[in-house]
Design a protein around this ligand. Structure first.
Ligand code: 6R9
Length: 665
């Protein structure tokens, strides 16, 4: 099998120029915001050479401020005290909702494509304003005040966005937990965030299957006694959903009792807007903190330029609201621009592999944003599912979450885009808040597999991983770093600023360390090579190996475990776990299955190991440290390239290991 990395290394691949249909549109459509490389370069140069001027203009044009800022930036990466527009004040919900509800009340904010096909509904900006206000009044009636945290555990329905915006209206901090996480993962996040209120739904529905959302919340809350209220939206209305008043309150009853207007609470640009938990290289997830001003500006600006959003466009991002992509590109970015955003509740293969493309056809979607894993999976179903739909409304199609291999890129461009769309491969992270490396559709000549060039204000560096020296010039490889603060960067980790510094700012002082390997090719294009830490990327979702290992060790049979990422044709990487058993246990298929289930129930289905191998011994150094590098090589089929094995205490275990892996994979 050819790995993604090998395919990417073929940099002689074709260059795709922006399609003339995008650069010089016909039929009275507006020109792209940036329509040549010269224009991109001029703006980029200004953003780096004159940052105060550039960001003042952008922040003033894009957002409405209650009190205009006089200072643009504060602090440095070296000190970890970054702030943007620190004396400016605004309200995020006002910016996302009221501005448009006042000017153009009937404009559609959300198209909601429910799980059941053919049941789409629309929410106008005026309706959204009323819903957000009523819900904000419910939260205020719970006694919640500015700065407190609310946890949101909901399916992909407009009410999830309403919940986020109601928090923002009051200056509350939300933490959305992906509704595929287990009760234990939810409990850990609710407790870490010190949330007193949880907003959820009775059930979810995905691909026709109900998900017992509220029951999972109840399990989680057994270990979170500090939660006072659970607000429950009725999604399916099924009988038998657990409900215990007075702690539990039905959403529809509570909002009906409230006035549908609530004045927005003015906050500082630097007040936190949300926490979002993401996996790091230790077992404990980190609550990444994003602010109100800088984050919103980053989400709005990147969406505008990277997807070239104009009035009347219908933007669809298929990411779940539980991930950063859903935050920035389903909710905050589109609404801050007054655009129409599609909320997709279902799965791409329900009722068949045409679901996305029917969605594009039915809603005349102009920009579509999804992940390489979905692209690869749908491609396997064949072109017919795509070509039978009318996709002529599309102009820009995006990819996010992991490196996209050039053949998947080309299929996306040719078959989905019909050769008439720009493909934008956007590189960014939970911590960066918005795109940091990305093409611009009317300007950048694309190379399939490369995220191309930095977004405005992002100054990149490639560092030698060992010495930390910056590698100048082109044709270099190393670790990716960013040299100066940008508005939407995370400011801290909730309750643990030291961990923030240690993870991102201390490894290479003066730089933000992204955790990814990267190269800059001979033409200056950036190519992301994947994580250089103990993070696995499964279908675009970040999992820490330590988190999976901690789940395995909870099972009484497990003595030790080591988890690595294995290359996977559809999901990018898959989780491969090696386990040694305690003496009193014997290796059986049933036990293997039980261990897989242990991880699934402890973390959630996304963490399910695809392969679990019971071994007698793990490769270790003489001092007893597990050498994961060896396991990674073996599962990648590179057992002949193990490199220096002098630290391995017992070389005889290698052959057994290789045989077991070969049999299992
Ligand atoms: C937005 C998001 C971040 C990690 C990141 C990197 C990988 C994301 C990518 C990409 C190559 C791209 N990643 N986009 N790698 N090309 N276009 O995915 O955030 O869940 O925090 O993951 O995903 O490894 O470091 P998050």
């Amino acid at each position: 099998m050819t790995t993604t990395t090998e395919q990417q290394q073929d940099q002689s691949a074709a260059v795709y120029l922006p399609h003339p249909r995008l650069v010089s549109p016909e039929g009275g459509r507006a020109k792209p915001w940036v329509s040549s490389m010269a224009e991109y370069e001029a703006l980029y140069k200004e953003s780096i050479a004159e940052p105060e001027q550039f960001w003042t203009r952008m922040a003033t044009e894009t957002l409405t401020w209650d009190r205009p800022f006089r200072h643009v930036t504060h602090g440095s990466l070296k000190n970890g005290d970054v702030a943007w527009f620190p004396d400016g004040r605004l309200n995020v919900a006002y910016n996302c909702v009221d501005r448009w509800a006042l000017a153009d009340p009937d404009r559609v904010a959300f198209v909601y494509e429910a799980d059941e096909p053919g049941k789409a509904t629309r929410v106008t900006y005026k309706e959204l304003q009323e819903q957000v206000c009523s819900l904000a009044n419910v939260l205020a009636a719970f006694g919640l005040r500015k700065g407190e945290t609310v946890a949101i555990y909901m399916p992909m329905i407009p009410e999830a966005a309403v919940a986020m915006l109601a928090c923002a209206r009051l200056g509350l901090v939300h933490t959305v937990v992906f509704a595929g996480f287990s009760s234990a993962s939810l409990a850990e996040r609710v407790a870490d965030a010190r949330a007193r209120v949880v907003i959820t739904a009775d059930e979810g529905l995905r691909g026709g299957r109900p998900i017992r959302t509220k029951a999972i919340v109840d399990e989680a809350l057994q270990s979170c006694p500090e939660v006072e209220h659970v607000l429950v939206f009725r999604r399916t209305g099924s009988e038998g959903v657990p409900f215990s008043a007075p702690r539990d309150v039905w959403w529809h009853e509570a909002v009906a009792a409230q006035r549908p207007y609530c004045p927005p609470v003015e906050v500082s640009a630097e007040d936190p807007l949300f926490l979002l938990y993401t996996s790091g290289s230790t077992g404990k997830p980190k609550g990444v903190v994003h602010t109100s001003g800088g984050y919103l500006l980053g989400a709005a600006l990147t969406l505008k330029y990277v997807f070239d959003i104009h009035e009347g466009d219908v933007f669809c991002c298929t990411a779940d609201i539980g991930w950063i992509t859903g935050h920035s590109y389903v909710v905050y970015g589109p609404l801050a621009l007054g655009a129409t955003s599609v909320i997709f509740e279902s799965v791409p293969t329900y009722p068949d592999a045409s679901r996305y493309w029917r969605l594009v056809e039915e809603h005349r979607i102009t920009q579509f944003y999804t992940a390489p894993t979905a692209i690869r999976a749908l491609r396997r179903h064949g072109d017919d599912f795509v070509t039978r739909c009318d996709l002529s409304s599309l102009r820009v199609i995006g990819s996010v979450g992991e490196p996209i291999n050039p053949d998947a890129w080309t299929w996306y461009s040719e078959v989905v885009g019909g050769g008439r769309c720009a493909v934008v491969d956007t590189y960014w992270q939970t911590e960066t808040g918005s795109h940091v490396i990305t093409p611009l559709p009317g300007a950048t000549p694309a190379k399939p597999g490369s995220a191309t060039f930095p977004f405005f204000g992002v100054e990149l560096a490639i560092l030698d991983p060992t010495s930390g020296a910056e590698l100048e010039g082109n044709d270099v490889s190393g670790v990716l770093a960013i040299k100066r603060p940008w508005p939407s960067m995370a400011r801290t980790i909730a309750g643990d600023h030291k961990r923030f510094l240690d993870t991102y700012l201390k490894p290479y002082p003066g730089y933000y360390f992204a955790g990814d390997g990267a190269s800059r090719d001979a033409d200056g294009y950036y190519w992301i090579r994947g994580r250089v830490d103990d993070v696995i990327n499964v279908s675009g979702h970040r999992m820490s190996t330590a988190e999976v290992e901690s789940a395995l060790i909870c099972h009484p049979a497990v003595a030790e475990s080591a988890v690595v990422g294995a290359p996977d044709e559809v999901t990018g990487q898959s989780i491969c776990a090696f386990v040694t058993l305690k003496d009193s246990y014997t290796a059986t298929d049933a036990l293997t299955a039980e261990l897989v289930k242990e991880v699934r129930t402890r973390i959630g289905p996304i963490a399910t190991p695809k392969t679990l191998i019971l071994v007698d011994e793990l490769p270790k150094t003489r001092s007893g440290k597990i050498i994961r590098r060896i396991l990674r090589k073996v599962v990648a089929g590179e057992a002949d390239q193990l490199g220096d094995l002098s630290t391995l205490s017992d070389q005889s275990i290698l052959e057994v290991l290789v045989n077991k892996v070969t049999a299992a994979l």
